[in-house]
Ligand binder design. Structure first.
Ligand code: NDP
Length: 408
């Protein structure tokens, strides 16, 4: 029997809270858990509530490689789960290289001073990780994460070639606040206010922010207006499934959310360009984050469901076929289990599954990898029993049966 292995989790926000609790539920896989973050009191609060003697806490500024290296040498984890922010991806990867431990994250690197994210910075670590004999698993949340596993599962079991992929992400929940983001506000708003982009016939097509939208029917939720965004898994999925002729990502937003966002944008509050205020440089978006509710505080009283899935068209044995695979997740049930809302939960559960598969050597290959590059079956099996059961519809009509090429 393999021994449980110690891990280091960095980040104690909405998602970090779920990851710690889900890992603590599996003492057969995870041994001592060190939970570290910039604000140690948040780690302490989670650990106290959990009351598990295997969880201890620490303070770390993950922007600083020497601090990370010292913490890793002290905690001696088998792997680091980066559940802080995308800004810390490279420093944490550097520290993993220096100490020879495996790495996992849920969002790709983004430089703090440019609202731009892509995998190139992290893919550039491939050779160094491979040479060091350690593994990095990138984007192991829900989207990115489960959406990549869903796509790989579809390819493995139902298609010879994938042609059209539409990832549809609906949060039909209600947290009762006038305006709040379900994950880190800074990262969330940077993602939504940038240009839209989708893959078509071998190239990226750009759109204005939230320019293309249409109602989409979500299972058990009904029709919701869905907006075309660029989302990071599109970049790795079109690289790993080159037969894709088109790949798009859609997300729902309520009218209230869009109105708040438009006003905040119009008055300059979503800008990342520093402004001088009373002799101090401040970034409007960072200030906005400071006054918005933290994602980890939204869980109590949150009602409704998330519904996220992949709609795929392609061919099998020369015949066209359609496939839809999705998960629906209930905010209130997530809160009962982990004191978190559904968006934190749907991100944290896959991170804990990915980490377990790595430590069990089921998904273990030195180098830097995206989730769709591994066998999807063990991950899909784990989703079923760890709180994110999925459903599939084969050869049923899809929302995107009509090809939208002519829409613009
Ligand atoms: P939160 O803002 O709730 O939490 C972020 C945590 O990271 C906080 O504890 C914060 O500390 C900590 N942190 C920030 N900077 C540092 C630093 N320099 N050193 C140490 N700790 C730091 O965000 P979420 O939990 O909602 O999101 C966490 C991650 O999950 C993000 O990268 C987000 O993009 C990703 N995500 C991925 C999804 C997916 O499906 N793949 C979906 C949703 C989120 P402090 O309290 O001091 O600020």
């Amino acid at each position: 029997m393999p021994q449980p292995k110690p891990i280091l989790i960095i980040g104690a926000g909405g998602v970090g809270n779920v990851v710690v609790r889900k890992c603590a539920q599996r003492p057969d896989v995870f041994g001592e858990i060190v939970l570290a973050s910039r604000t140690k009191s948040k780690c302490d609060a989670i650990a106290a509530d959990l009351g598990d003697p295997r969880v201890r806490t620490a303070r770390v500024d993950a922007d600083k490689v020497p601090e990370l290296v010292a913490l890793i040498r002290d905690a001696k984890p088998a792997m680091v789960l980066n559940i802080a922010l995308p800004y810390q991806d490279l420093t944490i990867m550097d520290a993993c290289l220096e100490t020879g431990v495996h790495y996992l994250d849920t969002a790709n690197y983004e430089p703090p001073d440019v609202a731009h994210f892509e995998y190139s910075w992290q893919w550039a670590y491939r050779e160094r990780f491979a040479k060091a004999g350690i593994m990095a698993l990138l984007g192991c949340g829900f989207d990115p994460g489960v959406t990549g596993v869903f796509t790989a599962y579809a390819r493995k079991h139902y298609f010879d070639e994938l042609h059209y992929l539409d990832i549809i992400d609906c949060n039909a929940g209600d947290h009762g606040k006038a305006f709040a983001t379900n994950f880190n506000p800074e990262i969330n708003i940077r993602e939504i206010t940038q240009q839209g982009r989708y893959w078509q016939n071998g190239q990226w097509v750009e759109t204005a922010p939230l320019e293309i939208h249409r109602p989409v029917e979500y299972p058990e939720v009904g029709p919701r207006e869905s907006y075309l965004l660029f989302h990071e898994e599109l970049e790795s999925l079109v690289a790993n499934f080159p037969s894709l002729k088109r790949a798009r990502f859609w997300m729902t937003f309520g009218q209230e959310y869009i109105t708040h966002l438009r006003v905040l944008q119009n008055v300059g509050m979503t800008s990342i360009k520093p402004v001088n205020y009373n002799g101090m440089e401040i970034q409007p978006l960072q200030f906005l984050k400071a006054v918005l509710p933290e994602p980890s505080t939204l869980g109590e009283g949150y009602s409704g469901k998330t519904s996220i899935g992949c709609q795929i068209r392609g061919v099998k044995d020369g015949r066209e076929r359609t496939y839809f695979v999705y998960n629906n997740c209930d905010h209130a049930e997530c809160y009962r289990e982990t004191k978190a809302q559904g968006v934190s939960y749907t991100t944290g559960v896959p991170a804990s599954i990915g980490a377990a598969l790595m430590l069990q050597n089921t998904w273990m290959k030195p180098g830097v990898w995206n989730v769709e590059q591994f066998d999807p079956d063990p991950f899909m099996a784990e989703l079923m029993v760890r709180g994110l059961p999925w459903h599939e519809q084969i050869d049923q009509p899809l929302a995107f049966a009509d090809v939208l090429e002519n829409q613009r």
